[in-house]
Each structure stands twice: as C-alpha cells, then as structure tokens.
Design a protein around this ligand. Structure first.
Ligand code: K2U
Ligand code: ZN
Length: 172
C-alpha cells in the first residue's frame, strides 16, 4: 500500500507543468485507480475543485473534478478527456491555479464545452459544462497539454504575475 500522505502539488516553474501528458493505456488501470484516489485527496486538502495529473508530477492524461460542497461530494474521474465541442459564445471568469498559489486573473474561454472521456471502468462517457464546470474542464484539460491559465494573459500581465509568484514562493 503506498503511503497515505497527500501528494505534493507542483508549483510553476516546475518543467513537468509544461510537458504534454501521455494517454492512459488499458494496462494503466490499477495505477490510475490508485492515482485518481490520491489526486482527489490532494484536491480536497488544497482545497480545489479540479486537479490534473501533471500537477502531482504524473504525466498522464488524467483529471479529477468535484465542484460540490464537502457534505455532498460528487467526484468525477476523467481518463483521456478531450473537448469535442465548444460554444462560439465566450465567458470571462477570474481563475486561480493550485500550481500558481495566490495568483488570480480574468480568463476568457468558450462559455460551454462538451468533453468526451473514459471513466475508471473504461466506459466511454460525455459531459457538457457551462459556468464554473466549463471553466474547470477547460482549465484541467489545458494542464494535460502543459497550458496554464497565465498563457491567456498579455505577456506583460503574465510576466508580472509570474514575478510576483516567484517572489512569494521564495519567501515561503
Ligand atoms: O487546476 C487547478 O489548479 C485547480 C483549479 C481549478 C479551477 C481553476 C479555475 C476555474 C475553475 C477551476 C482551482 O485552483 S480550484 C480552486 C477554485 C475553487 C473554486 C472556484 C475556482 C477555483
Ligand atoms: Zn490549475
């Protein structure tokens, strides 16, 4: 049994946050079942409403999400998720990221997305999201391709935010 300690979440500029994650294969199912449970524990402990495997140093196309309150948890594990449709209409929302602690900025994304994925039993599933779920799905799937929310900002704003983060992490 692997240790129960919660997985550490990587901070920018760790290069693993910029890598492209590999698809989960059928042979990975036991490892992915264990990893998704540990990712959910780390996400709840943060706390967060989403977490992608590269954020805990595992370059696999695996995401966990739970937008519900603590008393009504409803975790979703998405294996090899992909956005198959996105609305032309956009929505802007302030985003944060557990890998850029304390940094927030407005990000504009498609308002609604349709995501196709496999669940832990290997069944093909589809989920449609709008609002916070839409932003979370896009934010997490971006992580699988090494894309961070700061990439949607102007170079000026991105550099200001990254400099502030570096200073805060040095002080911590
Ligand atoms: O991927 C992560 O780093 C967790 C993100 C997920 C997220 C970011 C932006 C918009 C939606 C989800 C967050 O840090 S989780 C913290 C949080 C909590 C409530 C609302 C938004 C973000
Ligand atoms: Zn994030």
């Amino acid at each position: 049994m692997t240790d129960a300690a919660t997985l550490p979440i990587l901070f920018v500029p760790d290069p693993r946050l910029r890598a492209k994650a590999k698809p989960v294969g059928a042979s990975d199912s036991a490892r992915v079942r264990d990893l998704s449970a540990r990712m959910l524990a780390a996400m709840y402990a943060a706390p967060g409403i989403g977490l992608a495997a590269p954020q805990v140093g595992e370059l696999l196309r695996l995401v966990v999400i739970d937008l519900q309150k603590e008393e009504a948890r409803a975790p979703i594990v998405l294996v090899n998720p992909e956005i198959v449709a996105a609305s032309a209409e956009t929505a802007t929302r302030e985003e944060g990221c557990l890998s850029l602690p304390g940094q927030y900025a407005d990000v504009t994304r498609p308002a609604r997305v349709k995501v196709r994925y496999h669940d832990l039993e290997g069944a093909r599933r589809e989920i449609e999201g709008e609002g916070l779920l839409s932003a979370c799905l896009q934010h997490e799937i971006d992580h699988l391709d090494g894309v961070l929310f700061v990439d949607y900002l102007s170079a000026l704003k991105r550099n200001m935010l990254l400099r502030k983060l570096a200073k805060e992490l040095k002080r911590a």
